[in-house]
Design a protein around this ligand. Structure first.
Ligand code: ADP
Ligand code: MG
Ligand code: ZN
Length: 612
């Protein structure tokens, strides 16, 4: 066995393997297949790129997105790995050059898309080469159960049929067992060894906020991360465009990304984001897969995501470099109805039921009053042995209670009196004494509790109601009619309240709407300067860090690679902490391998020396 750890340092600049990386690499070097389930940012690339360096031959990586292949190859090349790609963006001449290098053994890592693999003459060409490994990246694309199904991936069933002696490593950040089973089935490797790493992304904070005044809340968040990379996921193309426009009007540097844009505009926006020329991308879920940008500091869900699985993938794009990052979801009841409207259009009853189930899971997550991380991990079959995760809004909240006894009694009372046949908004309308046709027709304006709540608005009432559901006093039906009814615990509470036995019910104070934020206008088209220091365990010189960033950008332009390929924020922070004085010391910085030290080391060291 070659010294894997020293290869890791020499080429990738890391001094330690992350959990499972070493085992996976050994399995592959032993010529065995492997299935790798690791969260986004977990470090999957090393698992096939390091074996590619060891093998006397070629590793073929199947990757879904042609538009990102160049970045992937640039990243490998800048670590000193001889890599190339073959896809439709190359001219015939360029393709021939790559093919020639493959024949002479000058290339060890070849990226291609599944549609290329589907071409018989391409497979025939591969058969003439010493292929040592197939790496199927984003392997969940092969499964219809996954969230990014791509029909072209289905051709990959030919891998084992036509290249039976070549091992396969399939990699994905999707954690559900159903998808994993489907992947190994489709690839014809049903008994493959599975490497499943923890999906706990400790550096991510998960938060859910009320959707009321969502835009001003969004402005507050992006303002906090001014100058950093941010993704805002929206529900529709229209919303994507309008949020980007409104942010631009406030002086933020935002661009939309969705399938309705002209392909040139779309890919320009993506490229500008990757190259740090645009700070904020507002996007439909079409955006993000395969984008290896490690320094996305904030991912916002402006509307309710469709599935927990998708939500986890999307939030996973924050903080790949391991630095603290935020995931904020805006939740309002209206989004649910939007989605229900679309679900109702689905004809296949099974499909429809499945979508309702997914929606209910998502709503359940949003209304949760317990640790969100625990719930997310639970969904993926993982247990979190921690009472306080210190990284979700629930766990981070400082203890402040308010007594919800009186208002809760009224809510329970109305639900009881109306026979458990109505949904939340009707119940709230009764309590607020709204003059509505439906209320009059049902004579609900004659109930004693009609109009009995004056000190809470609709938003606050629905939060209190959500708490009561969460604490199992009230049951919310799933499916199309989310009617509310009392369960045993609720009857019990109501009775003891009537009897005067219970006068206190502790709850979180309902949140009130905040006023629109005031934002300073900055020059458009320029990346804004940062507001807050990026959080890190290391104490670092911020002034120097800012200069490193400027230097990184100019190096990126010079070498025509994205800035993160030169160095990640994490690497810059380490440098601004340890202040390496020479190339040997620079090699100790995480992320700097030999090639990067050779290529960029001198200028960084000069900058450090000039500074001190
Ligand atoms: P994935 O494909 O699983 O989303 P990547 O392969 O893109 O993840 O790696 C994510 C980040 O983790 C990259 O910035 C990479 O440099 C870093 N990384 C990978 N392995 C290690 C390691 N052993 N030590 C430190 N950082 C690592
Ligand atoms: Mg990856
Ligand atoms: Zn928590």
């Amino acid at each position: 066995m070659p010294d894997l750890q020293s290869l890791l340092k020499t080429y990738f600049g890391h001094s330690e393997f992350r959990p499972l990386q070493h085992e996976i690499i050994q399995q592959i070097l032993n010529g065995e297949d492997a299935l790798v389930l690791m969260p986004t940012g977990g470090g999957k690339s090393v698992c096939y790129q390091l074996p590619a360096l060891v093998f006397q031959g070629i590793t073929v990586v199947i990757s879904p997105l042609i538009s990102l292949m160049k970045d992937q190859v640039d990243a490998a090349l800048s670590n000193g790995i001889p890599a190339a790609y073959l896809n439709s963006t190359l001219t015939a001449e360029e393709s021939r050059r790559v093919e020639a290098k493959l024949r002479t053994g000058e290339i060890k890592l070849l990226y291609c898309a599944p549609e290329r693999f589907a071409l018989p003459h391409f497979r025939d060409f591969l058969k003439t080469l010493p292929i040592k490994l197939f790496a199927v990246d984003e392997a969940h694309c092969i499964s219809e159960w996954g969230h990014d199904f791509r029909a072209d991936y289905r051709t990959l069933n030919l891998l084992k049929k036509e290249f039976s002696s070549v091992p396969i490593v399939a990699l994905t950040a999707t954690a559900t067992e159903q998808v994993a089973d489907d992947i190994v089935e489709q690839l014809g490797i049903p008994d493959v060894k599975r490497f499943i790493s923890s999906f706990n992304r400790q550096n991510l904070n998960y938060r859910v906020e009320r959707k009321a005044s969502a835009f001003s809340k969004l402005v507050n968040w992006v303002n906090k991360f001014k100058g950093e990379s941010v993704i805002v996921y929206c529900f529709s193309r229209k919303e994507t465009d309008s949020v980007a426009e409104k942010l631009c009007n406030l002086g933020f540097n935002a661009r939309p990304y969705h399938a309705g844009l002209q392909p040139e505009d779309r890919s320009q926006n993506q490229t500008d984001f990757i190259n740090d020329k645009v700070d904020i991308i507002t996007a439909t879920i079409a955006f993000g897969m395969g984008i290896d940008k490690p320094d996305v500091r904030l991912v916002v869900h402006y509307s309710l995501p469709k599935t927990i699985e998708g939500y986890f993938q999307e939030t996973g794009r924050a903080g790949r470099d391991g630095l603290e990052s935020e995931c904020v979801l805006f939740y309002g009841a209206g989004d649910q109805f939007n989605q229900k409207y679309f679900i109702e259009q689905i004809e296949d009853p099974l499909q429809k039921e499945k979508r309702y189930e997914q929606l209910n899971q998502m709503v359940g997550y949003c209304e949760l009053k317990k640790c969100r991380r625990k719930q997310l991990l639970n969904y993926f079959g993982e247990n979190l042995d921690q009472d306080n995760c210190e990284g979700c809004d629930v766990c981070l909240k400082t203890e402040s209670y308010f007594n919800a006894a009186e208002v809760s009694q009224k809510i329970l009372q109305v639900i009881n009196e109306t026979g458990g046949r109505f949904g939340g908004s009707h119940i709230i309308s009764i309590l607020l004494g709204r003059n509505q046709k439906k209320i009059r027709e049902l004579s609900h304006n004659e109930l004693a509790s009609y109009g009995s709540v004056t000190n809470y608005d609709k938003g606050a009432l629905s939060q209190i109601l959500a708490n009561l559901v969460d604490d199992n006093y009230i049951k919310r039906e799933t499916g199309m009619y989310p009617t509310l009814s009392l369960v045993e615990k609720g009857y019990g509470l109501l009775n003891s309240m009537h009897a005067g036995e219970v006068t206190e019910l502790r709850m979180d104070e309902p949140e009130v709407e905040i006023a629109p934020a005031k934002v300073k206008i900055s020059a458009k088209g320029e990346k804004a300067s940062r507001k807050t220091k990026i959080k890190s365990n290391l104490d670092y010189n911020q002034d120097l860090f800012e200069r490193f960033r400027v230097l990184r950008k100019s190096l990126a332009t010079k070498y025509r690679v994205p800035p993160y390929v030169v160095a990640s924020d994490k690497t810059l922070i380490e440098m601004a902490h340890y202040l390496p004085q020479n190339t040997a010391e620079l090699l100790d910085i995480n992320g700097f391998g030999e090639v990067k030290v050779k290529r960029y080391g001198k200028v960084f060291i000069e900058m450090i020396n000039n500074h001190s």
